[in-house]
Design a protein around this ligand. Structure first.
Ligand code: SAH
Length: 253
């Protein structure tokens, strides 16, 4: 069987208990070496075969899945963050379906959650934004035209941009074509939850300059939106003394 496991954003103790148990029991681990913290590999048992998928093609990964399956060995496919976000997991699952190899998927803490934690931020502030847009700039992987950053920016929602720290001037330009302005708060979070984590707060107008000044070109998230600075949000209904919920009677019935 193959177990897809989300490794979390970096700090080894941010893997789930289930993910850690699967890692300890694995006969084979294929990890995404470009971003998964190698410290997690210390959990592997003696005799576990370890492969770095950064040096492999999909076909080579599938060949390892098949070889391990034939020997009735359990494989953990360890992806960074959560595998459902830019994880290239679907093509592996579809191939496993075709090969009739069973698999399951253990979620992980995505880096966009690690970045919010580093910033002490909440993406969904009442009265400010109730939407988080997760996206990227087109690179070698194209983005559908209808999802162009400039058009997504029209919502003025809380936004997290993956895989684009090497294109900050273009990101800044595209975002300014939407509802954000030069003074909209922005941030760069480099290697969230790793010991070398770097948090840079700026505004959209200074995003590219701040990235250059701090030499941030990869392994970073770009965050933009009023959630990063405003104190003008509304307090929650859920914890309002006047508000009645299924679990608590409020003072206003
Ligand atoms: N599945 C992963 C994302 C993989 S795509 C997840 O859920 O987080 C790789 C991109 O994710 C990087 O280019 C960077 O933009 C972002 N990323 C991954 N780990 C990160 C971290 N610890 N800090 C900041 N950005 C990170």
């Amino acid at each position: 069987m193959v177990h897809f496991v989300g490794a979390g954003p970096g700090a080894p103790d941010l893997i789930t208990l289930r993910g850690a148990e699967l890692l300890r029991r694995a006969d084979c681990i294929i990890y995404a070496g470009s971003l998964v913290n190698p410290a997690l590999l210390a959990m592997a048992k003696d005799g576990c075969s370890v492969y770095n998928s950064a040096e492999m093609t999909l076909e080579e990964v599938l060949a390892v899945f098949q070889e391990q399956e034939h020997q009735h060995r359990e494989t953990v496919r360890l992806h960074t963050g959560d595998a459902s976000i830019y994880g290239a997991i679907r093509e592996q699952m579809d191939a496993l379906d075709r090969l009739d190899i069973a698999y399951d998927d253990t979620p992980g803490v995505s880096s966009f959650c690690g970045a919010a934690a580093a910033l002490h931020a909440e993406y969904t502030l009442p009265g400010i934004s109730q939407t988080v847009i997760i996206t990227r700039m087109a690179g070698r992987t194209p983005v559908p035209e209808r999802e162009a950053l400039s058009s997504l920016a029209g919502h003025g929602a809380s936004m997290v941009i993956f895989l684009s720290a090497g294109m900050l001037p273009a990101v800044q330009e595209a975002l300014l074509q939407g509802a954000y302005t030069e003074t909209t708060p922005a941030a760069l979070v480099y290697k969230a939850t790793w010991p070398e984590e770097k948090v840079v707060r700026c505004t959209l107008g200074t995003l590219a300059a701040c990235g250059a000044a701090h030499k941030i070109t990869k392994t970073a998230l770009i965050l933009v939106g009023d959630f990063l600075r405003t104190t003008a949000y509304e307090r929650s209904k859920l914890y309002d003394p006047g508000f009645t919920t299924e679990f608590r009677k409020g003072t206003q019935g």
